[in-house]
Design a binder for this molecule. Sequence first.
Ligand code: FMN
Length: 198
Amino acid sequence: MTIEPKKQIKDRIVVCITGASGSIYALALIRWLVGNGYTVDTVASDTGRKVFEYETGTEFSVKAITPQKALLKIHDNDNLFSPLSSGSYKFGSVAIVPCSMGTLGRLATSSGSMLIERVADVALKERRRLVVVPRETPFNQLHINNMLRLSMAGAVILPAMPGFYHRPKTVNDIVHFMVSKILDAMDIPNDLYKRWQG
Ligand SMILES: Cc1cc2nc3c(=O)[nH]c(=O)nc-3n(C[C@H](O)[C@H](O)[C@H](O)COP(=O)(O)O)c2cc1C
């Protein structure tokens, strides 16, 4: 029997993409992770895939996302037979980025039937890090209550809400600020933007 080294477990990250605006954050996050030697499992909802392609102009395929093909695997959201469905499959953290209000509601009630909701539920039950990046404005009370429920269940609620104290000059600077916050929440060392030094 082979035992997977701990490093590989921590370095395997799951990135789920849903149909909210802001899929550019997911693209930049995946590219940063594989570019830095992490293995990424990714899943997109149907609308997530469409919004990703519409907003980023990038096809949702391994080939279009990264030249480091061996480090990225795309799973089908309707495939509950994927290894991601089980707590016995070892991964480090899960990021839902961007997270639509529909997915947020299903996560908060543990009621989803697709792979994205299942892998998020697995992360919570196994006490692994779940980072949820909701994107909507304004929020209604249901959205706010769902965020509270998820936070109480152990998720990190990290809204797509960039700061400007690092004085961004480009859209990329703003995107990297958010990606850095997501990596920080997953305890992944990074230097993607100029941190506040006081
Ligand atoms: C271009 C576009 C942008 C959208 N932006 C958002 C958004 O920012 N937040 C949100 O909650 N829903 C947004 N939606 C609506 C969701 O895609 C929709 O509620 C969908 O059913 C979510 O499904 P999913 O959670 O399975 O991805 C957007 C839809 C489109 C087509």
